[in-house]
Ligand binder design. Structure first.
Ligand SMILES: C[S@@+](CC[C@H](N)C(=O)[O-])C[C@H]1O[C@@H](n2cnc3c(N)ncnc32)[C@H](O)[C@@H]1O
Length: 297
């Protein structure tokens, strides 16, 4: 079962069966008070009127294709999230897990809210995703991380495939011996992972797209092949891509037509059923070759 659903997530969640979803990952808008926007551009080779220099010193002219984005400002962010998180708790299976990806400004409020909904005992980890990209502040420590809160519905019985963990290099391989150094070590609750490269293949052009590598780690460790995974703030559909890559099913929900368009294009090879999307125009005129970032990264 692979589904992309266009609509407000609260209404869609209310229609899902109780205890039917094995893993939920959400990355809600961060309440930055800003519109999250990304300018899409295309570059064409033009030695006479080029405004950019590319490979081998060739000149390229920039054509602006338009902007994609969504509003990211709420008067009452926790009031918005609470009923959605309550639904998340209801639809999770008994061995299921909930991951909430949020930023340093909102994480403490989310922790308090989720403790109330799941119970403090169900709080398992706060994962720090550290990315170290972009400009440095001269006024304060540069903020280069997001927070991912993990809650298990039942803290005594939950899916955790330790053997599926990828290995990372030791910081001081000389201290652990050759064999251990070659095998690497398991990650901790601090995950170093680069952001989606502004010019890389992974880039969809959707504002706030999260790296596939981070999502794959969550999917592999916290679910099993054949499981049903849910992201009800799905954006560009990164969770769906990670799920399909590891033979899981998914339900992706978003209320932004541009998100639906992006994830439909991205996930067509995984054969999703589109729900509520009949009124949307899903054709793209041209694929952008380069993208400029204007988000909070
Ligand atoms: C931070 S983005 C998610 C990005 C995603 N993790 C990715 O990798 O592309 C948050 C998404 O939540 C969506 N959203 C906000 N409010 C919503 C609502 N009430 N129902 C459904 N989607 C909503 C926005 O349209 C946006 O696409």
């Amino acid at each position: 079962m692979r589904k992309i659903v266009f609509g407000d997530n609260l209404a869609v969640l209310a229609g899902l069966d109780t205890a039917s979803v094995d893993l939920i990952y959400v990355d809600p808008p961060f309440n930055t008070g800003k519109r999250q926007e990304r300018q899409q551009i295309k570059t064409v080779h033009d030695e006479a009127a080029g405004d950019r220099t590319g490979f081998a010193g060739r000149s390229y002219r920039t054509i602006r294709l338009g902007k994609s984005g969504y509003e990211d400002a709420f008067d009452d962010f926790m009031g918005f999230l609470a009923p959605r998180f309550e639904q998340a708790h209801r639809v999770l299976t008994d061995t299921g897990s909930f991951f909430c990806h949020i930023d340093y400004r909102e994480v403490h409020y989310c922790k308090v809210l989720l403790d109330q909904i799941f119970g403090r005992d169900s709080f398992m980890n706060e994962i720090i995703w550290a990315y170290d990209y972009g400009a440095r502040s001269k006024q304060k420590w540069s903020t280069k991380h997001d927070n991912i809160l993990w809650y298990a519905k039942n803290p005594n019985d939950y899916t955790f495939n330790f053997e599926e963990m990828d290995r990372i290099p030791y910081m001081a391989p000389g201290l652990v011996g050759k064999e251990k150094a070659a095998r690497g070590k398991t990650p901790t609750d601090v995950w170093w992972h680069t952001i989606v490269s502004p010019n890389g293949k992974e880039k969809t052009g959707y504002a706030t797209q999260k790296p596939l590598g981070v999502l794959e780690r969550i999917v592999k460790i916290h679910s099993n092949p054949g499981d049903l995974l849910l992201d009800f703030f799905a954006g560009s559909g990164t969770l769906g891509q990670a799920a399909a890559k590891h033979n899981r099913n998914y339900i992706l929900i978003d209320n932004n037509p541009q998100a639906i368009q992006t994830m439909t294009t991205r996930l067509t090879p995984t054969n999703p059923t589109l729900i509520g999307c009949e009124t949307l125009h899903t054709e793209t005129d041209e694929s952008p070759t380069t993208l400029e970032t204007e988000t909070h990264f």
